[in-house]
Design a protein around this ligand. Structure first.
Ligand SMILES: Nc1ncnc2c1ncn2[C@@H]1O[C@H](COP(=O)(O)OP(=O)(O)OP(=O)(O)O)[C@@H](O)[C@H]1O
Ligand SMILES: [Mg+2]
Length: 306
């Protein structure tokens, strides 16, 4: 917290669900997703403020991951509209959403185990002009870009304490290191918004504080952060604004100090036990979809590079 000089735009914004923000980067309206008889997401209205760190909290099964999946094109809602920078994203596939500047990480890491750490990082740069077929035909530009990507990857790996692992297969990393890699890789595409699904889970406590500093740095660099987190100390420490989900709905929003004193939040969440993970099968399904997406990206990149 020390030395934070960021002026934040939440002054005068009421602490109530669906409240409009001064400069929203992401706006969701009437977004619903059901699985059989279960309503996983039922968001009437939600705005995410540009340039801020917003925490999305709520008990297990509240719909947080499903909401991320919907916003980023990994899943489709039954109904509803949502817009990123004023552009509707309905029907836009995940890889294009990422290219537009909205990237997400996964609750369970999906780094490609058979690629090295640095290769994973380079893959994260897709969406830069390197993917343009025509540019790929012009070697000098291409080489410049390769160098730039390499430099950015090394810089980010340094920031996330992974530079010594560059050449290792991602599969050899610890769970916490994979989370770091995934966050670093998400930043390779220089996104406008990074959506992080439990980025601290499994990260060694000694690294947690530096990871929090990295997230603050990401915001200082101009990237909006929306992250899911169960640890309320982390939420209070780092977020400018907190959104609370329960049973698919947004039940509260506000500054962290207001949220922890909100009785509805305490009832829905803080009093509840929230250590269990979602079922393995559900996460596996999401991971498979993500891996398929990633393999497709790899394929496209291979085609471009000939
Ligand atoms: N692919 C799916 N098929 C069926 N049900 C699903 C699927 N994905 C999610 N669900 C259900 O939707 C609800 C919301 O799940 P979701 O994973 O979004 O919750 P969450 O808030 O991310 O929970 P956690 O904090 O445990 O990660 C849960 O009841 C879950 O079982
Ligand atoms: Mg989840």
């Amino acid at each position: 917290m020390s030395g934070e000089t960021v002026t934040l735009p939440f002054e005068g914004v009421a602490a109530e669900p669906g409240v409009p923000k001064p400069d929203p980067i992401l706006v969701a309206h009437g977004v619903r997703r059901t699985f059989g008889g279960l309503t996983a997401v039922d968001v009437d209205h939600l705005e995410v403020q540009r340039g801020a760190i917003t925490a999305l909290i709520g008990p297990n099964g509240a719909g947080k991951t499903t909401f991320f999946n919907l916003m980023t094109g990994f899943d489709r809602p039954d109904e509803g509209t949502w817009a990123f920078n004023g552009r509707s994203l309905a029907g836009v596939p995940a890889h294009r959403v990422a290219r537009l500047g909205m990237v997400r990480t996964f609750q369970l890491t999906k780094s490609l185990a058979r690629l090295s750490v640095i290769e994973n990082m380079k893959l994260g740069a897709t969406g830069q002009h390197g993917e343009s077929f025509w540019r790929a035909l012009i070697p000098p530009l291409w080489q410049d870009q390769e160098r730039e990507i390499e430099a950015r990857a090394t810089d980010l790996l340094g920031r996330f304490n992974l530079v010594h692992m560059s050449k290792e297969f991602a599969g050899t990393l610890s769970g916490g290191q994979r989370k770091l890699l995934e966050m670093a890789r998400a930043l390779m595409s220089e996104p406008e918004i990074a959506m992080l699904d439990e980025p601290m889970a499994g990260v060694n406590p000694a690294l947690k504080q530096s990871l929090l500093d990295h997230v603050r740095q990401v915001r200082r660099d101009g990237t909006t952060v929306l992250f899911v987190e169960h640890d309320m100390d982390v939420v209070q420490d780092i977020s400018d604004w907190v959104i609370v989900m329960a049973e698919g709905q947004i039940i509260a929003e506000g500054p962290p100090d207001v949220i922890v004193r909100d009785q509805a939040v305490v009832d829905a969440y803080l009093g509840a036990h929230h250590d269990a993970a979602v079922s393995f099968e559900e996460e596996e399904k999401q991971l498979e979809a993500a891996e398929a997406e990633e393999e497709a990206a790899l394929q496209r990149q291979a085609e471009v590079r000939g």
